[in-house]
Design a protein around this ligand. Sequence first.
Ligand SMILES: Cc1cc2nc3c(=O)[nH]c(=O)nc-3n(C[C@H](O)[C@H](O)[C@H](O)COP(=O)(O)OP(=O)(O)OC[C@H]3O[C@@H](n4cnc5c(N)ncnc54)[C@H](O)[C@@H]3O)c2cc1C
Length: 324
Amino acid sequence: MKVYLDDIQKSLENFKKTVVIGAGFIGVEISDELNKVGKEITLIEKLPNVLRLAFDEDLALRAENLIKERGVKVITGKGVTEINGNGMANGITFEDGQTMETETVILAMDYHPNSVLVKEAGLPITDKGFIKVDDYMRTENPDIFAVGDCAEKRDFFTRKPCPVMLASTACAEARIAGMNLFKLSAIKTFIGTISIFSTAIGDTGFGVAGITENMAKAENFDIVTGSFEGIDRHPGTLNDTHKQFVKLIVGKESGVILGGEVTGGLSIGELTNTLGIIVQNKMTLNALLTAQIGTHTLLTASPAGYPLVKAADNASSKLFFRVN
Ligand SMILES: Cc1cc2nc3c(=O)[nH]c(=O)nc-3n(C[C@H](O)[C@H](O)[C@H](O)COP(=O)(O)OP(=O)(O)OC[C@H]3O[C@@H](n4cnc5c(N)ncnc54)[C@H](O)[C@@H]3O)c2cc1C
Protein backbone atom coordinates (compact mmCIF):
# COMPACT_ATOMS: atom_id res chain seq x y z
CA MET A 1 0.00 0.00 0.00
CA LYS A 2 2.82 2.41 0.92
CA VAL A 3 4.62 1.82 -2.41
CA TYR A 4 1.35 2.27 -4.27
CA LEU A 5 0.64 5.58 -2.53
CA ASP A 6 4.25 6.72 -3.07
CA ASP A 7 3.75 6.07 -6.79
CA ILE A 8 0.53 8.10 -6.85
CA GLN A 9 2.23 10.95 -5.02
CA LYS A 10 5.12 10.91 -7.50
CA SER A 11 2.89 10.85 -10.56
CA LEU A 12 0.97 13.88 -9.27
CA GLU A 13 4.13 15.92 -8.66
CA ASN A 14 3.98 17.90 -11.91
CA PHE A 15 0.24 18.54 -11.89
CA LYS A 16 -1.82 21.07 -9.98
CA LYS A 17 -5.47 20.44 -10.90
CA THR A 18 -7.01 17.17 -9.77
CA VAL A 19 -10.56 15.91 -9.89
CA VAL A 20 -11.51 13.25 -7.33
CA ILE A 21 -14.63 11.29 -8.32
CA GLY A 22 -16.56 9.79 -5.41
CA ALA A 23 -16.93 11.46 -2.02
CA GLY A 24 -16.97 8.44 0.26
CA PHE A 25 -14.39 8.18 3.04
CA ILE A 26 -11.50 7.50 0.67
CA GLY A 27 -12.44 10.34 -1.72
CA VAL A 28 -12.82 12.84 1.13
CA GLU A 29 -9.57 11.79 2.78
CA ILE A 30 -7.46 11.85 -0.37
CA SER A 31 -8.97 15.24 -1.36
CA ASP A 32 -8.10 16.71 2.02
CA GLU A 33 -4.54 15.31 1.93
CA LEU A 34 -3.84 16.61 -1.59
CA ASN A 35 -5.39 19.97 -0.71
CA LYS A 36 -2.99 20.17 2.25
CA VAL A 37 0.02 19.86 -0.09
CA GLY A 38 -1.25 22.67 -2.33
CA LYS A 39 -3.11 20.85 -5.10
CA GLU A 40 -6.26 22.39 -6.59
CA ILE A 41 -8.87 19.75 -5.80
CA THR A 42 -12.43 19.35 -7.05
CA LEU A 43 -14.32 16.55 -5.30
CA ILE A 44 -17.34 15.28 -7.24
CA GLU A 45 -20.22 13.24 -5.82
CA LYS A 46 -23.48 12.22 -7.47
CA LEU A 47 -25.37 11.95 -4.16
CA PRO A 48 -26.63 15.18 -2.53
CA ASN A 49 -23.71 15.41 -0.05
CA VAL A 50 -20.27 14.01 0.63
CA LEU A 51 -20.18 10.89 2.86
CA ARG A 52 -23.90 10.47 2.25
CA LEU A 53 -23.76 6.66 2.00
CA ALA A 54 -22.47 6.53 5.58
CA PHE A 55 -24.11 9.50 7.35
CA ASP A 56 -27.49 11.21 7.53
CA GLU A 57 -27.77 14.63 5.94
CA ASP A 58 -27.01 16.67 9.08
CA LEU A 59 -23.64 15.04 9.76
CA ALA A 60 -22.75 14.77 6.05
CA LEU A 61 -23.36 18.51 5.66
CA ARG A 62 -21.07 19.32 8.57
CA ALA A 63 -18.30 17.30 6.91
CA GLU A 64 -19.01 18.89 3.54
CA ASN A 65 -18.87 22.45 4.90
CA LEU A 66 -15.66 21.68 6.74
CA ILE A 67 -13.87 20.28 3.72
CA LYS A 68 -15.02 23.28 1.65
CA GLU A 69 -13.73 25.70 4.32
CA ARG A 70 -10.37 23.96 4.07
CA GLY A 71 -10.19 24.77 0.34
CA VAL A 72 -11.55 21.73 -1.49
CA LYS A 73 -14.07 22.60 -4.20
CA VAL A 74 -17.06 20.27 -3.86
CA ILE A 75 -19.65 19.48 -6.55
CA THR A 76 -22.55 17.28 -5.40
CA GLY A 77 -25.68 15.91 -7.04
CA LYS A 78 -23.85 15.42 -10.36
CA GLY A 79 -22.54 12.16 -11.78
CA VAL A 80 -19.56 11.91 -14.12
CA THR A 81 -20.06 9.89 -17.31
CA GLU A 82 -16.73 10.26 -19.05
CA ILE A 83 -13.06 10.99 -18.53
CA ASN A 84 -11.80 12.94 -21.52
CA GLY A 85 -8.34 12.80 -23.07
CA ASN A 86 -6.34 10.36 -25.03
CA GLY A 87 -4.50 8.21 -22.49
CA MET A 88 -3.85 11.33 -20.38
CA ALA A 89 -6.91 12.77 -18.67
CA ASN A 90 -7.55 16.42 -19.57
CA GLY A 91 -11.16 16.79 -18.53
CA ILE A 92 -14.39 15.12 -17.49
CA THR A 93 -17.97 15.15 -18.77
CA PHE A 94 -20.95 15.24 -16.40
CA GLU A 95 -24.22 13.40 -17.03
CA ASP A 96 -25.88 16.70 -18.05
CA GLY A 97 -23.29 17.14 -20.81
CA GLN A 98 -21.26 19.87 -19.08
CA THR A 99 -17.51 19.46 -19.12
CA MET A 100 -14.72 20.46 -16.80
CA GLU A 101 -10.99 20.73 -17.38
CA THR A 102 -8.53 18.93 -15.20
CA GLU A 103 -4.96 17.62 -15.37
CA THR A 104 -5.49 14.41 -13.42
CA VAL A 105 -8.38 12.29 -12.19
CA ILE A 106 -8.55 10.07 -9.12
CA LEU A 107 -11.35 7.51 -9.01
CA ALA A 108 -12.45 6.92 -5.43
CA MET A 109 -15.55 4.87 -6.11
CA ASP A 110 -16.79 1.33 -6.22
CA TYR A 111 -14.95 -1.69 -4.89
CA HIS A 112 -15.30 -5.39 -5.51
CA PRO A 113 -13.86 -8.54 -3.99
CA ASN A 114 -11.14 -10.16 -6.07
CA SER A 115 -12.01 -13.83 -5.65
CA VAL A 116 -10.69 -15.16 -8.96
CA LEU A 117 -8.34 -17.63 -7.24
CA VAL A 118 -11.20 -19.17 -5.28
CA LYS A 119 -13.52 -19.29 -8.27
CA GLU A 120 -10.85 -21.15 -10.21
CA ALA A 121 -10.51 -23.58 -7.29
CA GLY A 122 -14.21 -24.40 -7.76
CA LEU A 123 -15.52 -22.95 -4.48
CA PRO A 124 -18.90 -21.25 -4.65
CA ILE A 125 -19.02 -17.45 -4.76
CA THR A 126 -22.03 -15.14 -4.53
CA ASP A 127 -23.43 -13.20 -7.50
CA LYS A 128 -21.42 -10.18 -6.26
CA GLY A 129 -18.18 -12.20 -6.24
CA PHE A 130 -17.81 -12.87 -2.50
CA ILE A 131 -16.63 -16.31 -1.28
CA LYS A 132 -19.59 -18.10 0.29
CA VAL A 133 -19.04 -18.73 4.01
CA ASP A 134 -21.10 -19.80 7.01
CA ASP A 135 -21.21 -18.05 10.41
CA TYR A 136 -17.97 -19.87 11.43
CA MET A 137 -16.24 -18.47 8.29
CA ARG A 138 -16.10 -21.95 6.68
CA THR A 139 -16.37 -22.30 2.92
CA GLU A 140 -18.04 -25.40 1.47
CA ASN A 141 -14.65 -27.14 1.65
CA PRO A 142 -14.19 -28.06 5.34
CA ASP A 143 -10.43 -27.44 5.05
CA ILE A 144 -10.79 -23.90 3.68
CA PHE A 145 -11.95 -20.88 5.67
CA ALA A 146 -12.32 -17.38 4.20
CA VAL A 147 -12.19 -14.01 5.96
CA GLY A 148 -11.84 -10.35 5.05
CA ASP A 149 -12.91 -8.33 2.04
CA CYS A 150 -13.41 -11.40 -0.18
CA ALA A 151 -15.60 -13.32 2.29
CA GLU A 152 -19.38 -13.13 2.00
CA LYS A 153 -21.00 -10.44 4.19
CA ARG A 154 -24.48 -10.22 5.64
CA ASP A 155 -25.94 -7.18 7.34
CA PHE A 156 -26.24 -7.36 11.15
CA PHE A 157 -29.82 -6.03 11.13
CA THR A 158 -31.41 -7.45 7.98
CA ARG A 159 -29.18 -10.45 7.12
CA LYS A 160 -29.26 -9.13 3.53
CA PRO A 161 -26.04 -9.41 1.48
CA CYS A 162 -23.86 -6.49 2.52
CA PRO A 163 -21.23 -4.80 0.31
CA VAL A 164 -19.38 -3.00 3.15
CA MET A 165 -15.72 -4.04 3.43
CA LEU A 166 -13.87 -2.89 6.53
CA ALA A 167 -10.76 -3.80 8.49
CA SER A 168 -12.93 -3.96 11.65
CA THR A 169 -15.05 -6.69 10.05
CA ALA A 170 -12.04 -8.47 8.54
CA CYS A 171 -10.23 -8.71 11.89
CA ALA A 172 -13.32 -9.96 13.76
CA GLU A 173 -13.85 -12.60 11.06
CA ALA A 174 -10.20 -13.61 11.29
CA ARG A 175 -10.43 -14.12 15.07
CA ILE A 176 -13.63 -16.13 14.64
CA ALA A 177 -12.07 -18.35 11.95
CA GLY A 178 -9.00 -18.88 14.14
CA MET A 179 -11.14 -19.91 17.12
CA ASN A 180 -13.10 -22.43 15.01
CA LEU A 181 -10.29 -23.90 12.89
CA PHE A 182 -9.90 -27.19 14.75
CA LYS A 183 -13.15 -27.49 16.76
CA LEU A 184 -16.33 -25.50 16.23
CA SER A 185 -17.62 -23.33 19.04
CA ALA A 186 -21.34 -22.56 18.80
CA ILE A 187 -20.85 -19.18 20.50
CA LYS A 188 -17.91 -17.96 18.38
CA THR A 189 -19.83 -17.00 15.27
CA PHE A 190 -19.93 -13.93 13.06
CA ILE A 191 -23.01 -11.86 13.88
CA GLY A 192 -23.21 -9.89 10.64
CA THR A 193 -21.55 -6.70 9.43
CA ILE A 194 -21.99 -3.56 11.48
CA SER A 195 -20.65 -0.55 9.63
CA ILE A 196 -18.23 1.23 11.94
CA PHE A 197 -16.62 4.10 10.07
CA SER A 198 -14.63 7.04 11.31
CA THR A 199 -12.59 9.74 9.65
CA ALA A 200 -10.82 12.98 10.50
CA ILE A 201 -10.87 16.24 8.60
CA GLY A 202 -8.19 18.35 10.24
CA ASP A 203 -8.78 18.11 13.97
CA THR A 204 -12.46 17.26 13.58
CA GLY A 205 -13.53 13.64 13.70
CA PHE A 206 -16.69 12.06 12.25
CA GLY A 207 -17.89 8.58 13.16
CA VAL A 208 -20.86 6.29 12.64
CA ALA A 209 -21.72 2.85 13.95
CA GLY A 210 -24.72 0.74 13.00
CA ILE A 211 -27.74 2.00 11.14
CA THR A 212 -28.43 5.63 10.18
CA GLU A 213 -31.84 7.32 10.33
CA ASN A 214 -32.14 7.11 6.53
CA MET A 215 -31.26 3.42 6.40
CA ALA A 216 -33.62 2.63 9.29
CA LYS A 217 -36.50 4.32 7.47
CA ALA A 218 -35.63 2.62 4.16
CA GLU A 219 -35.75 -0.78 5.92
CA ASN A 220 -39.02 0.08 7.70
CA PHE A 221 -37.71 0.14 11.25
CA ASP A 222 -39.94 2.18 13.55
CA ILE A 223 -37.47 4.56 15.17
CA VAL A 224 -36.94 7.72 17.13
CA THR A 225 -33.74 9.71 17.16
CA GLY A 226 -32.12 11.65 19.98
CA SER A 227 -29.25 14.09 19.78
CA PHE A 228 -27.15 16.34 21.96
CA GLU A 229 -24.25 18.72 21.43
CA GLY A 230 -21.88 19.23 24.35
CA ILE A 231 -18.14 19.46 24.85
CA ASP A 232 -15.43 16.83 25.30
CA ARG A 233 -13.59 18.36 28.34
CA HIS A 234 -14.78 20.01 31.49
CA PRO A 235 -14.73 22.87 32.10
CA GLY A 236 -14.97 23.98 28.49
CA THR A 237 -12.41 26.73 29.02
CA LEU A 238 -9.63 24.10 28.93
CA ASN A 239 -7.30 24.15 25.93
CA ASP A 240 -8.20 21.70 23.18
CA THR A 241 -11.87 21.54 24.16
CA HIS A 242 -14.01 20.52 21.19
CA LYS A 243 -17.71 20.46 20.68
CA GLN A 244 -19.04 16.90 20.63
CA PHE A 245 -22.29 16.00 18.88
CA VAL A 246 -24.02 12.65 19.28
CA LYS A 247 -27.09 11.39 17.43
CA LEU A 248 -28.71 8.05 18.35
CA ILE A 249 -31.12 5.98 16.27
CA VAL A 250 -33.37 3.93 18.54
CA GLY A 251 -36.03 1.23 17.96
CA LYS A 252 -39.32 2.78 19.05
CA GLU A 253 -40.93 -0.40 20.33
CA SER A 254 -37.89 -1.73 22.18
CA GLY A 255 -35.66 1.19 23.13
CA VAL A 256 -32.76 -0.75 21.53
CA ILE A 257 -30.02 1.47 20.13
CA LEU A 258 -29.64 0.62 16.43
CA GLY A 259 -27.01 3.17 15.49
CA GLY A 260 -25.23 6.38 16.30
CA GLU A 261 -23.42 9.20 14.54
CA VAL A 262 -20.89 11.50 16.18
CA THR A 263 -18.68 14.44 15.40
CA GLY A 264 -16.18 16.27 17.57
CA GLY A 265 -12.49 16.22 18.44
CA LEU A 266 -10.25 13.27 17.63
CA SER A 267 -11.52 11.36 20.69
CA ILE A 268 -14.66 10.50 18.71
CA GLY A 269 -12.76 7.56 17.16
CA GLU A 270 -13.07 5.75 20.47
CA LEU A 271 -16.60 7.06 21.04
CA THR A 272 -17.54 5.54 17.67
CA ASN A 273 -16.15 2.20 18.89
CA THR A 274 -18.21 2.54 22.09
CA LEU A 275 -21.26 3.00 19.89
CA GLY A 276 -20.24 -0.10 17.92
CA ILE A 277 -20.17 -2.16 21.13
CA ILE A 278 -23.54 -0.72 22.18
CA VAL A 279 -25.11 -1.65 18.83
CA GLN A 280 -23.55 -5.14 18.65
CA ASN A 281 -24.84 -5.92 22.14
CA LYS A 282 -28.31 -4.50 21.41
CA MET A 283 -28.12 -2.21 24.42
CA THR A 284 -31.18 -0.18 25.29
CA LEU A 285 -31.66 3.46 26.17
CA ASN A 286 -32.36 2.28 29.69
CA ALA A 287 -28.94 0.59 29.86
CA LEU A 288 -27.28 3.85 28.78
CA LEU A 289 -29.34 6.03 31.09
CA THR A 290 -28.46 3.85 34.09
CA ALA A 291 -24.81 3.34 33.07
CA GLN A 292 -21.88 4.57 35.13
CA ILE A 293 -19.58 6.43 32.75
CA GLY A 294 -16.00 7.22 33.77
CA THR A 295 -14.96 10.83 33.35
CA HIS A 296 -11.91 12.99 33.85
CA THR A 297 -11.70 16.73 33.46
CA LEU A 298 -8.83 16.63 30.91
CA LEU A 299 -10.06 13.59 29.00
CA THR A 300 -13.85 13.50 28.78
CA ALA A 301 -17.07 15.44 28.91
CA SER A 302 -18.58 16.18 32.27
CA PRO A 303 -20.57 13.29 33.80
CA ALA A 304 -23.49 15.71 34.11
CA GLY A 305 -23.36 16.66 30.43
CA TYR A 306 -22.01 13.54 28.77
CA PRO A 307 -23.24 13.84 25.16
CA LEU A 308 -23.84 10.09 24.69
CA VAL A 309 -26.08 9.92 27.77
CA LYS A 310 -27.76 13.25 27.03
CA ALA A 311 -28.57 12.05 23.48
CA ALA A 312 -30.11 8.90 25.05
CA ASP A 313 -32.13 11.13 27.36
CA ASN A 314 -33.33 13.18 24.38
CA ALA A 315 -34.38 10.01 22.49
CA SER A 316 -36.09 8.65 25.57
CA SER A 317 -38.23 11.78 25.86
CA LYS A 318 -39.68 11.00 22.43
CA LEU A 319 -40.75 7.44 23.24
CA PHE A 320 -44.36 6.67 24.06
CA PHE A 321 -43.18 4.88 27.20
CA ARG A 322 -40.44 6.93 28.85
CA VAL A 323 -37.67 4.59 29.95
CA ASN A 324 -36.58 6.76 32.86
C1 LIG B 1 -7.66 3.68 0.99
C2 LIG B 1 -8.37 2.76 1.95
C3 LIG B 1 -8.63 3.18 3.25
C4 LIG B 1 -9.27 2.34 4.15
N1 LIG B 1 -9.54 2.80 5.41
C5 LIG B 1 -10.15 1.97 6.29
C6 LIG B 1 -10.40 2.41 7.62
O1 LIG B 1 -10.08 3.55 8.00
N2 LIG B 1 -11.04 1.56 8.46
C7 LIG B 1 -11.41 0.30 8.07
O2 LIG B 1 -11.98 -0.44 8.90
N3 LIG B 1 -11.18 -0.14 6.82
C8 LIG B 1 -10.57 0.66 5.93
N4 LIG B 1 -10.32 0.22 4.65
C9 LIG B 1 -10.71 -1.16 4.29
C10 LIG B 1 -9.66 -2.14 4.79
O3 LIG B 1 -8.39 -1.76 4.30
C11 LIG B 1 -10.00 -3.55 4.31
O4 LIG B 1 -11.32 -3.88 4.68
C12 LIG B 1 -9.06 -4.57 4.94
O5 LIG B 1 -7.73 -4.28 4.58
C13 LIG B 1 -9.43 -5.98 4.46
O6 LIG B 1 -8.47 -6.89 4.91
P1 LIG B 1 -8.13 -8.18 4.05
O7 LIG B 1 -7.09 -8.93 4.81
O8 LIG B 1 -9.37 -8.88 3.64
O9 LIG B 1 -7.51 -7.62 2.67
P2 LIG B 1 -6.17 -6.82 2.43
O10 LIG B 1 -5.81 -5.94 3.55
O11 LIG B 1 -6.35 -6.23 1.07
O12 LIG B 1 -5.06 -7.96 2.39
C14 LIG B 1 -5.04 -8.95 1.37
C15 LIG B 1 -3.58 -9.29 1.09
O13 LIG B 1 -3.54 -10.44 0.27
C16 LIG B 1 -2.60 -10.24 -0.77
N5 LIG B 1 -2.99 -11.10 -1.90
C17 LIG B 1 -4.03 -10.93 -2.76
N6 LIG B 1 -4.08 -11.93 -3.65
C18 LIG B 1 -3.06 -12.77 -3.36
C19 LIG B 1 -2.58 -13.99 -3.92
N7 LIG B 1 -3.18 -14.56 -4.98
N8 LIG B 1 -1.53 -14.58 -3.34
C20 LIG B 1 -0.91 -14.01 -2.25
N9 LIG B 1 -1.30 -12.87 -1.69
C21 LIG B 1 -2.38 -12.26 -2.23
C22 LIG B 1 -2.69 -8.76 -1.07
O14 LIG B 1 -1.54 -8.30 -1.71
C23 LIG B 1 -2.86 -8.19 0.33
O15 LIG B 1 -1.63 -7.92 0.96
C24 LIG B 1 -9.67 1.04 3.73
C25 LIG B 1 -9.41 0.62 2.42
C26 LIG B 1 -8.76 1.46 1.55
C27 LIG B 1 -8.50 0.97 0.15
